[in-house]
Design a protein around this ligand. Structure first.
Ligand code: ATP
Ligand SMILES: Nc1ccn([C@H]2C[C@H](O)[C@@H](COP(=O)(O)O)O2)c(=O)n1
Length: 233
């Protein structure tokens, strides 16, 4: 079913929190950003916050295996994150780190922060505040948005795709610069580590699964918008 109505006008004046979780490379960030644009909503990339804390720790010489130090860093880090789908930026201590947090060294270290429960508690608190600050019109994506950060969201989606599709997409996204082994490390191995503290492989009760393996980008955005309409009627 494709909805004809104008998404930008949909549910204006009423809360519309759209929570999207899923594994690495499933399309959460790119699909959520585009869905937010069309819904005229804010956009929250929670993974960027885990990445920002990781970079903060690495630059401060904090041992990522020291849970107490990582938790303290998550509390101390001065992180500014754009929630505009049209202006992506992340700043740590006022410095632009939008590109730096996407470097492979951060991708391969971020699970240490993501699996530190005290750091998660602090970032969940900040994420819930950002959702409130949006006026409750936002698409928020990550690994625990449907279950922990916004379990009462109007719309809750698990965005999945086959392992093969996710590896292929990430390979294309990185311009063919990564070997098959490197891609597997950044996508599959990272998911396995992150899965030890949050479940983003199976949909929780009430969460709608969208499998994008055989959908192109536009079809996936449309599938998300269809679930938004269906879940709010
Ligand atoms: N349905 C789709 N068909 C084809 N390509 C897609 C589709 N969805 C997303 N992509 C592309 O796949 C790549 C990975 O998507 P994206 O970065 O949004 O994934 P992600 O789930 O946020 O990953 P991560 O959690 O690792 O950051 C991007 O280049 C994106 O444009
Ligand atoms: N809500 C979230 C968001 C992200 N993470 C972790 C898992 C990833 O390894 C890392 C970076 O996320 P990405 O930018 O790849 O989406 O952050 C999490 O545990 N919970």
């Amino acid at each position: 079913m494709t909805v004809e109505r104008n998404p930008a006008e949909f549910r204006l004046g009423k809360p519309l929190v759209v929570a999207i979780d899923g594994p690495s490379g499933s399309g959460k960030s790119s699909i959520s950003r585009e869905a937010a644009r069309r819904l005229r909503a804010a956009y929250l990339d929670t993974g960027a916050m885990y990445r920002a804390v990781t970079l903060y720790c690495m630059e401060a010489g904090i041992d990522l295996e020291d849970a107490a130090a990582v938790e303290a860093a998550a509390r101390a880090a001065d992180i500014e994150l754009s929630t505009s789908p049209d202006a992506e930026f992340v700043r740590v201590s006022g410095r632009d780190v939008t590109d730096a947090i996407r470097e492979p060294i951060v991708s391969s270290s971020v699970s240490a922060v993501a699996t530190t429960l005290g750091a998660r508690a602090e970032l969940v608190r900040r994420q819930q505040q950002l959702i409130k600050d949006s006026g409750l019109r936002i698409v928020a994506e990550g690994r625990d948005i449907t279950t922990v950060v916004a379990p009462l969201a109007e719309v809750r989606i698990l965005l999945t795709a086959s392992e093969e599709a996710r590896l292929r997409r990430r390979g294309v996204q990185l311009g063919g610069t990564q070997s098959a082994a490197q891609l597997k490390e950044q996508v599959i191995t990272r998911d396995a580590k992150d899965s030890t503290v949050v479940n983003f492989q199976q949909a929780a009760d009430g969460v709608v699964t969208i499998d994008s393996s055989d959908l192109d980008f536009e079809e996936t955005v449309q599938a998300v918008l269809d679930v938004v309409y269906a879940s709010t009627h």
